[in-house]
Design a protein around this ligand. Structure first.
Ligand SMILES: Nc1ncnc2c1ncn2[C@@H]1O[C@H](COP(=O)(O)OP(=O)(O)OP(=O)(O)O)[C@@H](O)[C@H]1O
Length: 309
């Protein structure tokens, strides 16, 4: 692409990506661009095509249609070269529970055919703060340390791009926070990260987001841009009878979403509908006040729109 070669070129730039399974397009004309050195969050409900997309981007799955580049290499022609420059962390990463951290890393280094294995393992152990546990069996590590080991394994061959598929699923909040700190340090060192997640707090830590449903791109940009693009108007419903009011609203006006947040509900409508008058009638045992929509409100609304609800 003119003016976008070398270091200026996006780490990922693909257009019109399609993958069909059994005649059904699970990735459907998807465009994705991720600038170098940034962390891009990949959001979408279960089964929306995130894993399939990640696998096409790192050369493990051939797209049925579409074209583009990953690290400046053609995703169709150069799949093999791409695989060597990308670190891919699958949802169920394979660790050998009866091997120590260092032994697991050594095993991966062998699989990559790295020449200076010992040095690569030491560097990965150091980089991820695993030194004190290097001889601990992987099977005895907590979920957070296992994720860290998996990340270290992804980094052994010094990739320029990390594709992470729900790396923190089932990990406690403290370990997730540390994991994200680590990702930001890696991005500050120049690594590009595309990471799928279902956690909104993690999405908010990303430089950019791409939201998909049914394999199609629904929104992309910074968190603020994605929220603004959705043009969602949100109200907070609270009070002792809030649950009853939320239920009635959804029965009478299905265009409205009423999403529980603790003891309150966030109400929003896709169509910019006015609130039904009964919700704000004098004397009702609840209150309704305007609020700024959060990423979670927007994500739920986008997903509904994506599914044609
Ligand atoms: N090899 C395959 N053969 C047939 N169908 C598949 C295959 N791989 C994925 N699918 C289907 O494609 C759709 C998208 O799956 P994918 O795993 O890409 O979604 P996802 O967004 O990563 O979901 P999750 O958040 O649950 O991990 C799903 O309906 C899935 O069942």
């Amino acid at each position: 692409m003119a003016g976008q070669s070398g270091a200026d070129a996006p780490a990922i730039q693909v257009t019109g990506l399609v993958k069909r399974f059994g005649g059904r397009a699970v990735v459907d004309r998807l465009d994705i661009a991720v600038p170098r050195g940034r962390i891009c969050g990949f959001l979408g409900p279960n089964g929306s095509g995130k894993t399939t997309t990640l696998r096409m981007l790192c050369g493990l799955l051939e797209p049925d249609e579409g074209s583009g580049t990953c690290l400046g290499l053609d995703i169709r022609r150069d799949a093999r070269a791409i695989r060597r420059r990308v670190g891919y962390m699958t949802q169920r990463f394979g660790l050998y529970e009866d091997l120590s951290i260092a032994e697991n890393l050594d095993f991966v280094a062998r699989a990559w055919g790295l020449r200076q294995r010992r040095r690569a393992v030491d560097a990965a152990v150091e980089r991820l703060g695993l030194a004190q546990r290097r001889d601990q069996l992987a099977g005895t590590l907590s979920g957070g340390w296992k994720q860290r080991l998996a990340l270290a394994a992804c980094l052994l061959h010094e990739p320029e791009l990390l594709l992470l598929d729900e790396p923190t699923a089932g990990v406690d909040p403290q370990a997730r926070r540390e994991f994200w700190q680590q990702l930001h340090e890696l991005s500050a060192q120049g690594l590009t990260v595309l990471v799928s997640t279902h956690y909104m707090d993690e999405a908010e830590r990303c430089h950019r987001l791409a939201c998909i449903a049914l394999g199609r791109l629904l929104a992309e940009g910074t968190v603020d841009e994605v929220i603004a693009q959705a043009r969602l108007r949100t109200w907070v419903l609270r009070g002792p009878d809030a649950a009853r009011a939320a239920q009635r609203l959804q029965q009478e006006a299905p265009g409205w979403m009423a999403v529980p947040f603790g003891s309150t509900f966030h109400l929003s409508s896709d169509d910019g509908d006015a609130l039904p008058p009964w919700l704000r009638a004098p004397g009702v045992p609840w209150t309704v006040e305007p609020a700024a929509p959060g990423l979670e409100d927007v994500f739920i609304a986008l997903t509904r729109r994506g599914h044609g609800a």
